[in-house]
Structure formats: C-alpha cells, structure tokens
Design a protein around this ligand. Structure first.
Ligand code: ADP
Ligand code: MG
Length: 266
C-alpha cells in the first residue's frame, strides 16, 4: 500500500528577507498506485511539498499521512530521486544497488547471498546497465548515473517513488527513454509515483493527474485529470486530446509565471 494524504499543510521559511510562505493550505490525496505529476513555475513550492512527503522537513501546520500514519521522517516506504541523485562514488553500480538492498533486507525477505545477488542483478538489468555494473559512477554518463540511482532506490522496494525533476539534466533522447522506463516500472511494480517536472509534455505523457502549483504563496492552482488511455501517444503523433491538455496546462502555468513576474517587477 502506498497512499498518502496532505491535509491543511502550511509551510513557511524565515529568511533574511522575512517570512516566505512556501506552501499555503495544501490539501491533496494520492491513491495507492496512482501516478501524479506536479508542474508550476520555479519557486511555487513543488520541492517543498515533495520534501514534506519524503519526511526531510516538517509542515508548519497541518499533516502528512502515509498509509494513514503521520510522516515523522524519511522511511524505506518512500524512495526519493533527485535531478542529480547521489551515488556512493567509491562503489560500483553493483555496489551502490547492493547497498540499497542491504539497507532493506527485511523488505525483500531474501535468504542467502545468491538470492540477494539475483535481486541486484535483476535490477541492474531492468535499468539497462548490465554492461556497466562494475563501473564507478564517474565512468558513467548522466543518464546512466540516473538509472543507477533509480535502481538503488528500487532496491529498497519502496511503495512510493518521489521524484524531483529526475530527468531534468538529461538530453531529450535519454529523457524519453527514461520516461518509458519509469512507466514500465510503475506498471509492473504497481508503485505510487509523485513526479515534479518542468516538462508539461512529460507530465501529460506519464501521469493520471497533473497538479499545477502557483507561487507566492505556494498553493495548488488546478488539478487536471489526464483522461488518456495508455499507451499514450505524444502530441507530436497528432493525438488531439493530448494537444488540448498540453495547451490548457501550458496556459495555466504561463498565467502563473506572468503573475509572479509582475509581482517581482512591482
Ligand atoms: P520549486 O521547487 O517549485 O521551485 P521550492 O519548493 O524550492 O519551489 O521553493 C518554494 C519557496 O520557498 C521559494 O520562494 C523558496 O525560495 C522558498 N524556500 C524553499 N526552501 C527554503 C529554505 N530551506 N529556506 C528558505 N526558503 C526556502
Ligand atoms: Mg524545485
């Protein structure tokens, strides 16, 4: 099970320039096995929201509940992937994935070393890094490092994947391969996914629902149900509903960006 609820959440930061309201009155329920994308101008509170669900930070008011229980810190039920995910630079790809698995021994119920090795090798194969399993992170491309990071998060076998612009630093070809890989994982492992992205096409291609955030103070501006069957075709393949949804989300995000700019120049 991997549902979570964000209830009446408010988050303020005190900075040199005064108080910043990063999130105001956020209410959101994400169902088990749902795929939700969050888009919005930079500074609209997307990362703050993801960090609260991850348990890296606590709300100023309100609660975050994971499977009905309050989130009090990070946990193996939630795996987090960032734009530049951390790998242990002194460990090979295999070592990094095995490390995650070691931390999550009781989540896999494996018996001996052979079984553990089979899980590690299976994950490495799933992310297409079989030929690089003995390589160090420094020897990999950005896309490969990100795949290795995802494999080491999957090794923990979390119910929820929290991803903050995970493909943001990748070239467009690698990015589209990674999007399909993420869909495949989501479909086969039935995880719940919360994905923060700048890329509106990516959000509509992947998610069941797209949340558009507005900034200053950070809040949910609109929730859009993506009523497209899977496998989806990208807008470039001429699916009209895809094009309409993308135009709608783009218009809402643009409207928020221009409001934020007006505020900034006032
Ligand atoms: P996004 O991910 O949508 O770009 P963030 O969640 O990073 O937005 O930030 C939302 C707002 O909160 C911004 O105004 C940002 O400057 C502020 N903020 C985020 N984290 C901190 C922090 N640790 N200290 C002070 N201000 C912060
Ligand atoms: Mg962010």
């Amino acid at each position: 099970m991997g549902d979570f609820v964000i209830r009446g959440v408010h988050k303020a930061f005190t900075t040199g320039a005064g108080e910043v309201v990063a999130l105001q009155e956020i209410n959101l329920r994400v169902e088990d096995q749902e795929f939700v994308a969050i888009v919005g101008a930079s500074g609209s509170g997307k990362s703050t929201l993801l960090n609260l669900v991850a348990g890296f930070d606590t709300p100023s008011r309100g609660d975050v509940l994971m499977n009905g229980a309050p989130v009090t810190g990070p946990g193996p039920d939630r795996g987090v992937v960032f734009q530049q995910s951390a790998l242990y630079p002194w460990l090979t790809v295999r070592g990094n994935v095995a490390f995650g698995l070691g931390l999550a021994r009781n989540r896999h119920r494996f018996g001996g070393t052979a079984e553990r090795d089979a899980i590690v090798d299976g994950l490495i194969r799933r992310v297409g890094l079989e030929a690089f399993k003995h390589s160090l992170p420094a020897e990999l491309s950005g896309g490969m490092r990100q795949r290795a990071a995802i494999a080491s998060v999957l090794a923990i076998n979390p119910e929820v994947l929290l991803m903050d612009e995970p493909f943001g630093a990748l070239d467009s070809l690698t990015r589209s391969l990674m999007q399909d890989f993420l869909l495949e994982i989501w479909e086969s492992e039935r995880k719940t996914v919360l994905l923060v992205t700048h890329d509106i096409t990516e959000a509509i291609y992947l998610a069941d629902r797209v949340i558009v955030m507005a900034g200053h103070p950070g809040r949910i501006r609109e929730v859009i149900n993506v009523d497209l069957q899977r496998p989806r075709m990208l807008a470039t393949q001429g699916q009209q509903r895809f094009v309409d949804l993308r135009e709608h989300v783009t218009a809402v995000v643009r409207d928020e960006v221009s409001k934020a700019e007006a505020l900034f120049h006032a």
